[in-house]
Design a protein around this ligand. Structure first.
Ligand code: IVH
Length: 670
């Protein structure tokens, strides 16, 4: 048994590693996520039954080890050099001149992207990842193996190529994609947690976390750009990159052979212009002499090689004076501090406002009014203040006090325990009224074309809109609308049609559109799936809400409070009366563990009626029958279960206690 289990385990591992490679490195998956999860589950299952067969390179073992207090120091076998920086054509041509003088034969360059991330080193012995470390001071770095193992594009085991390459060192950059960073920050913002500054700092901070479990939840990427294989003759950097690909490492596809320095400059120009089209940040390009023999001939001075140079892009950050701190009130009442800046030209446009996120952010960076601050502008993100130039602080710089009253309506602000945000709690605050309607009508919510910021301001001013619900009575105000400036018969009709059409948006979109604090589009979908009608949701209490995986106490609390509020209940009823969708279209979820399964319910459940249980099983693609047979997949046994339970035991049918059943319903693995 054990021998055949060992064989199956090895086959599963091989297959999973292959799919990891296709997904994370080639970005060409050949199976669905469900099929992948199934393989992983089979492996987990087998390994848990044969624990002695678990090995460190198994894909189930990416996240492991205990949190550490500090990282052991490791010495790099070959120092990790850094690069000299150049910023203009002239400097790069000068670099080329020195290369030409240092070499006796014709040479060529490889140009590649300079990732704005963290350099790391990976050591493989006998094909297995044995050590991962930071660059540190170039000679000694931190051993962060457990953290690096959680990065899915880093192979735990090399893809079998030649044996010669089984003991190697690979270096490259760990980075975070911009969209992953934004998502992470949006989640943190919703949870009232401290915001992260930029993808690079986040990647750096993540690698320094002491708990690999937490690192595993952060989406980090790897790109390899260096290979050392003692005892093998390597010819060129470009050839090495191909070997790295064959060994299973992600290597940038934007690397280019450049026969002349002119083509290097051209490459630099092209990427400067299109850097925002990449999903991650780069801060320049790296130019490397291709032949390794040439690299050796040129050697290094101090800490940087003579055969490579960084050719950086113009910075997208600038320094300027912080004149004032203003406040902006969002739709959920969040009051955000905004920097009023001395206008400064950065990243192609003039910036005079930048976000300061929240009170803690300002305190952490010790930002004071009158300070010279660093303003950063990413690809398409809102400019932000990312630091202070401490040396330039004038004696007159003032510490800043967060507002105590709402700048829009004057009500007292509230900062909940453990949250970083301040809120205006007056739901009639005009800023919130406008903000809520704007959110409701926005493209990702109810998508009501024609009901944008300007129209909403107009309608609110005219007293035509006080709440979202009023939108569905606008048809009775056709004449009044047509009398407004910029509105005519046609545009009013279009607006009314758009409002009518919005009634058909799916339930999850409606939930999102309601603007419940901490309920983004993703959470709204979870809610709609688990509570498929508004009545279920109106009844749901915190403990039930928290049963849904992905919903924590903060969200549960916010949802319960929202639906407990009289105004909000009235709003829901009004929307329902207007014909807005208030239940999930019945579509069985075919991805969960109950899909296609036959379930028998027996005994009394405490958390729901038999009918509710049946409905929820069906929602997940399962069916219920009344008697137990060998075709039954699960028997759910509540209190005082009788003969059906006995029968299930006889037939060896899997029996689920209520708690396990609830876990299945809420999408957690058994
Ligand atoms: S080569 C001697 N290639 O830039 C070779 N570095 O100051 C040194 N970096 O520490 C590294 N992208 O963190 C190289 N394609 C790339 C790179 C790259 C980003 C970073 C790396 C290094 C720093 C050099």
């Amino acid at each position: 048994m054990s021998a055949s289990a060992a064989k199956t385990i090895e086959e599963l591992r091989h297959s999973i590693l292959e799919h990891d490679y296709r997904y994370y490195v080639l970005a060409q998956p050949t199976i669905t996520d469900e099929e992948y999860d199934k393989l992983l589950r089979q492996l987990q299952d087998l390994e848990s039954r044969h624990p002695h067969l678990v090995t460190p390179d198994s894909p189930t073992q990416r996240v492991g080890g205990q949190p550490t207090r500090e990282f052991p120091t490791v010495t790099h076998a070959v120092p990790m050099l850094s690069l000299a920086n150049t910023y203009n054509e002239e400097d790069v041509r000068e670099f080329d001149r020195r290369v030409r003088e240092g070499l006796s034969a014709p040479y060529r360059y490889v140009a590649e992207l300079k990732f704005d991330g963290i350099a790391i080193s990976l050591v493989y012995e006998d094909g297995l990842l044995v050590r991962g470390a930071t660059r540190g001071d170039g000679t000694r770095g931190d051993d962060i193996t457990a953290n690096l193992r959680t990065i899915r594009s880093i192979p735990l085991r090399l893809r079998s190529v030649k044996n010669a390459f089984r003991s190697i060192e690979v270096r490259g950059e760990v980075y975070m994609r911009r969209d992953d960073f934004e998502r992470l920050n949006a989640e943190r913002e919703a949870a009232g947690e401290r915001l992260l500054i930029n993808p690079r700092n986040t990647a750096a901070g993540t690698l320094k976390l002491q708990d690999p479990q937490v690192v595993a939840t952060r989406p980090l990427q790897f790109s390899a750009y260096y290979l050392r294989a003692d005892g093998v003759t390597l010819s060129s950097h470009h050839a090495n990159l191909q070997i790295l690909r064959d060994l299973g490492f992600p290597v940038s596809e934007h690397t280019k052979i450049c026969p002349t320095i002119d083509s290097v400059i051209e490459y630099w120009r092209a990427w400067e212009a299109k850097r925002d089209s990449l999903p991650y940040d780069i801060d320049g390009i790296v130019v490397k002499v291709d032949a390794l023999a040439h690299q050796q001939e040129l050697g290094a001075i101090a800490k940087s090689p003579r055969w490579a140079v960084a050719f950086k892009f113009a910075s997208r950050s600038a320094t300027t004076r912080l004149n004032d701190i203003l406040f902006q009130v969002g739709r959920t009442g969040t009051v955000t501090p905004v920097a009023g800046l001395e206008p400064v030209f950065v990243g192609g446009s003039t910036v005079s406002r930048a976000t300061l996120h929240n009170e803690d952010y300002i305190a952490d960076l010790d930002i004071r009014i009158g300070d010279t601050v660093v303003v950063e502008k990413g690809g398409d993100v809102i400019p932000k203040v990312s630091g202070v130039v401490a040396e330039k602080r004038p004696a007159s710089a003032r510490r800043f006090r967060f507002a105590t009253r709402c700048p829009e309506c004057g009500s007292r602000l509230f900062r909940p325990e453990g949250e970083a945000n301040h809120y205006c709690e007056n739901s009639d605050c005009p800023a919130q009224v406008r903000g809520r309607i704007e959110h409701f009508a926005s493209r990702t919510a109810m998508d009501i074309e024609g009901l944008g910021e300007a129209a909403i301001d107009q309608f609110v001013d005219q007293g035509l809109l006080h709440t979202i619900g009023d939108a569905y009575d606008l048809h009775a105000q056709r004449e009044a609308l047509m009398r407004l400036e910029r509105w005519g018969k046609k545009s009013v009709q279009n607006l009314l049609d758009a409002i009518e059409a919005s009634k058909q948006r799916p339930f999850s979109r409606v939930l999102f559109a309601l603007g419940i604090r901490h309920v983004g589009a993703g959470v709204a979908q979870l809610l709609a799936r688990q509570f498929p009608t508004i009545d279920l949701l109106l009844k749901a209490r915190k403990p039930e809400l928290e049963q849904v995986s992905g919903i924590g106490p903060r969200i549960a609390d916010s949802v319960e409070r929202f639906f407990a509020d009289e105004h909000n209940r009235a709003l829901v009823n009004r929307l329902r009366a207007a014909g807005v969708t208030m239940q999930e279209e019945r579509r069985a979820d075919t991805t969960g563990p109950l899909n296609g399964k036959t379930v028998v319910l027996t005994g009394t459940l405490t958390s729901m009626t038999r009918d509710e249980a049946k409905e929820r099983i069906e929602d997940l693609g399962g069916k219920t029958t009344s008697s137990v047979s060998k075709n039954t997949d699960f028997v759910v046994a509540g209190a005082e279960a009788g003969s059906k339970l006995t029968k299930a035991r006889e037939l060896g049918v899997r029996v689920l206690e209520e708690e396990e059943f609830l876990r299945l319903l809420t999408g957690r693995r058994l």
